[in-house]
Write a protein that binds this ligand. Structure first.
Ligand SMILES: Cc1cc2nc3c(=O)[nH]c(=O)nc-3n(C[C@H](O)[C@H](O)[C@H](O)COP(=O)(O)OP(=O)(O)OC[C@H]3O[C@@H](n4cnc5c(N)ncnc54)[C@H](O)[C@@H]3O)c2cc1C
Length: 402
């Protein structure tokens, strides 16, 4: 059994940047990162891959290349937590103990919640930008879309990573069809298990105009339940305002972009770290300090945490320094004074060369960076998303310097 001063579960955006930051604080810290994957992904660019304007290969790097120099990579997956013993057990059976634990294993795509989805993906016009291997197929579907065809885009009624991503591809796809001159003869539908277009009023107003501009038909309270791939039919459960299913809607399609339902990974859901009353099973942390509510030497951030904000890499960027500061305060017997106020951001792509840069906090109030109206669609924000942010991700964010 090996012991680490800091043990990090998950070598994704949150785990790597936190480990890097800890080692910047003190290079003598003993940091272990448990991560099963050989590859690390820059997921925010998968939307652009689906739109045919970003190289899929540029979103993937070897995990080895992003592990901080002084950290130890344990290539294994955590299977269970024994917080009373300060230990975790891996799928291989190996156990590791720690002084402090940072839990950041991301979110689970719950594909099996939609009957027929898993076996249809990558065929019959059924695609998703949420998976590296299928993002290029989205663009294939757009390229082969028939004049007068029907395109469906879905968003589930569960929390998801990057709440804006289902709409980004909706607008990119619509713009693609417009550029081919076939949008006006085609049908584009947005089926959402949610109730409104976007939670922040300022940006929702712009998005409502964008929906109108493309002639998109929106259907809220509609959750994708089943896909019949070979016959190209999607079935949606229709909900009422009390959350009860009141009907089923059938739609033929030529292409469907699915945002799968999501939840915490099973080993988190089955662990004592979760909130037992939360149906999605997130790691239960204080929403300001990021410290676990029952185990004070455990912290969590990123998509797997219970932080009630939009789950994005942008949110991770603001959570990470708060977590590190509070963790070190806890270690030194000091009060936890750093506070995360829910910052998250979503570059809402509204067409090729156009982005509404949404930034907001726990209260859905805009928390903007730039000295202009960010609710306006802008080319400058497109350049930021396509060129600047990927560069910063690999060179600064993962190094813990931003
Ligand atoms: C299509 C799409 C578009 C997006 N667009 C944006 C955007 O524009 N802007 C933005 O800010 N964010 C965006 N995001 C969201 C962003 O990618 C995530 O919020 C971010 O990656 C969260 O970081 P994380 O470390 O919590 O999870 P991840 O980066 O997903 O990392 C989790 C890691 O944990 C590992 N893991 C899983 N199980 C175990 C286990 N049992 N033991 C150990 N390790 C495990 C995984 O292999 C993975 O490496 C987008 C995501 C997608 C899919």
């Amino acid at each position: 059994m090996s012991h680490f001063q800091f043990l990090v579960v998950g070598g994704g955006n949150a785990g790597i940047s936190t480990a890097a930051k800890l080692l910047l604080k003190d290079k003598k810290f003993k940091v272990g990162i448990i991560e099963p994957s050989e590859k690390h992904y820059y997921q925010p660019a998968w939307t652009l891959v689906g739109g045919g304007v970003f190289d899929q290969d540029a979103t993937e790097r070897d995990e080895k290349s992003v592990i901080p120099d002084k950290a130890t990579w344990i290539k294994d997956a955590v299977a269970s937590f024994e917080p009373e013993k300060n230990s975790v057990t891996c799928v291989s059976g190996d156990k590791y103990t720690y002084d402090y634990l940072i839990v950041a294993p991301g979110i689970k795509l719950d594909l099996d919640k939609v009957k027929g989805l898993r076996e249809s993906l990558g065929k019959y016009g059924v695609t998703t930008n949420y998976m590296f291997q299928y993002a290029p197929y989205t663009y294939e579907c757009l390229k082969s879309f028939p004049k007068g065809g029907k395109a469906l885009f879905t968003s589930p009624n569960t929390p998801i990573k990057c709440g804006g991503a289902p709409q980004k591809i909706l607008y990119l796809g619509s713009d693609y069809l417009r550029r081919q001159g076939i949008l006006k003869d085609s049908e584009v539908h947005f089926f959402s298990g949610g109730t409104i277009i976007f939670g922040v009023k300022k940006y929702a107003e712009t998005l409502t105009k964008v929906v109108k501009r493309y002639g998109i038909q929106t259907h809220f309270f509609h959750n994708l339940a089943e896909i019949d791939g070979p016959n190209q039919i999607a079935y949606f459960d229709q909900y009422n305002t009390e959350g009860k299913i009141v009907g089923r809607v059938e739609q033929k399609f030529d292409m469907i972009h699915v945002t799968p339902p999501q939840c915490a990974p099973d080993f988190i859901k089955d662990s004592p770290l979760r909130n037992p009353n939360d149906p999605f099973g997130w790691v239960e942390v204080d929403k300001y300090t990021l410290q676990h509510v029952r185990y004070p030497n455990i912290f969590s951030l990123g998509d797997a945490s219970s932080l009630p904000t939009a789950k994005t890499g942008a949110a991770v960027r603001k959570q990470m320094p708060v977590l590190v500061e509070n963790l070190l305060s806890y270690m030194n017997g000091q009060p936890l004074t750093a506070k995360y106020t829910g910052y998250s951001s979503c570059p809402l792509i509204t067409g090729y060369g156009r982005i509404v840069m949404a930034e907001f906090d726990y209260d859905s109030q805009p928390m903007e960076t730039f000295p202009f109206n960010q609710a306006q669609e802008r080319y400058s924000m497109w350049l930021l998303k396509k060129y600047v942010l990927p560069f910063l991700y690999w060179t600064r964010i993962l190094k813990g310097t931003m």
